[in-house]
Design a protein around this ligand. Structure first.
Ligand code: GLN
Length: 264
């Protein structure tokens, strides 16, 4: 399954977020350690969405709210994009969401299928799958406004994003929208639903079968499928949880009820 991360904190470079650390996201694309039988490598594309900031501007308190996020997505393995590796050293941000992809069997390899998905200020990623998609998702699809369907791409993740986007557009609080989406999609047996959503000031994440870790320091938050380094301070988010976090606060609550699961 894919690996993803979200960062809120002092200005840093995309390179620091994606390439640094003994178990960086880039390394997780070819040597992930916690795939839980959901694939072996993450080579079917990658993406990063970020709120731009000058790298030397270390004002964590200001946030990144002024600008909409920028997006960079490619269909190949991240290690093969040498231009991105160079460019990322000079791109600054205080808030970003990045992912490396292992396409679920039967899903297209395309830029549109790579997370993050973007809508206004929102960036979204899904680590997991809906078994039997699209037929198994009929009930989810039926609840969607037609306009959301028209813009949804041809993957299970894009469908989940269309559902969530419709709820966010309707003004639902992001945390309850993510929680409700997990509840609805988990009705499909065997669903894996690690969702990750940010608007640059809040991160909302769910765990539903896949791993997720959090590391925090005053004014700084990192949420990641796997610890990015061997340093202390990574806390595993329990399965079936909803994480809602800002730069300074983390709230983790169980997602209830827990519908029946497929086997790992
Ligand atoms: N099912 C999604 C896709 O095909 C996500 C895959 C994953 O988490 N590996 O893109």
């Amino acid at each position: 399954m894919c690996r993803h991360l979200a960062y809120l904190g002092p200005a840093t470079s995309l390179a620091a977020l994606i390439f640094e650390g003994a178990n960086s996201l880039e390394r997780q694309s070819w040597a992930p350690t916690m795939m839980r039988q959901g694939g072996t490598v993450n080579v079917d594309g990658f993406g990063v969405g970020w709120f731009p900031a000058a790298p030397d501007e270390a004002r964590a308190d200001v946030g990144s709210e002024a600008d909409a996020p920028l997006l960079y997505r490619r269909t190949g393995p991240i290690w093969n994009d040498h231009g991105f590796a160079e460019m990322s050293t000079v791109v600054g941000t205080r808030a970003a969401l990045a992912a490396v992809r292992s396409a679920t069997v039967g899903m297209p390899i395309s830029e549109e299928a790579c997370a993050p998905f973007r809508h206004g200020r929102w960036l979204f990623s899904h680590n997991g799958l809906l078994p039997g998609w699209p037929d198994s998702a009929t009930r989810l699809i039926e609840t969607l406004p037609t306009a959301a369907l028209a813009t949804s791409g041809a993957t299970d993740s894009a469908l989940l994003w269309a559902w969530l986007r419709a709820r966010l557009d309707a003004g639902d609080p992001p945390a309850s929208a993510v929680r409700d989406l997990v509840g609805a999609a988990a009705q499909i047996p065997g669903s894996r639903l690690n969702l990750l959503l940010t608007d640059g000031s809040t991160v909302v994440a769910s765990t539903w079968t896949h791993s997720l870790f959090v590391q925090s320091a005053p004014g700084r938050l990192m949420v990641s499928s796997e610890p990015l380094d061997t340093a202390e301070g990574w806390t595993e988010v329990p399965d079936a949880s909803l994480l809602v976090a800002t730069r300074d606060e983390i709230d983790i609550t169980p997602i209830h009820p827990a519908p029946s699961r497929g086997r790992l």
